[in-house]
Design a protein around this ligand. Structure first.
Ligand code: HEM
Length: 85
């Protein structure tokens, strides 16, 4: 199960923290009562550079979230530094 980007909540928030955390760390898998399972989402911290994370987050926010492209390199660097998340 995955959420469609057009109704994605993290993209619609003016605060960029949730979106960055999802892109950097991913989302753990879940099991719900009744046997429904949500697969995990892999994080991209090892695959994308900080600048690529900035560009991806801003693209998603403007394309699907109706938000300004306000994510900065400084902000992403803070999130990707170990222990500062
Ligand atoms: C370019 C690749 C991807 C991007 C940019 C991306 C982005 C996102 C974002 C922003 C969310 C947050 C949803 C929210 O705020 O409601 C999310 C959730 C999620 N993603 Fe991804 N994702 C990617 C690839 C993947 C892949 C490859 C998988 C699985 C193999 C995956 C599985 C999930 C799951 C299970 C959730 C949680 C949905 C929920 O909580 O309802 N994603 N993704």
């Amino acid at each position: 199960m995955a959420s469609p980007m057009t109704t994605n909540t993290s993209l619609r928030l003016s605060d960029t923290g949730n979106l960055l955390l999802v892109l950097i760390d991913g989302v753990p898998g879940q099991q719900y009562p009744g046997g429904e399972v949500m697969q995990e989402m892999p994080g991209f911290v090892d695959v994308l550079s900080n600048q690529e994370l900035v560009d991806l987050a801003n693209f998603m926010r403007t394309e699907w979230g109706g938000q300004p492209s306000s994510v900065t390199l400084e902000q992403v660097e803070k999130f990707t530094q170990e222990g500062e998340r």
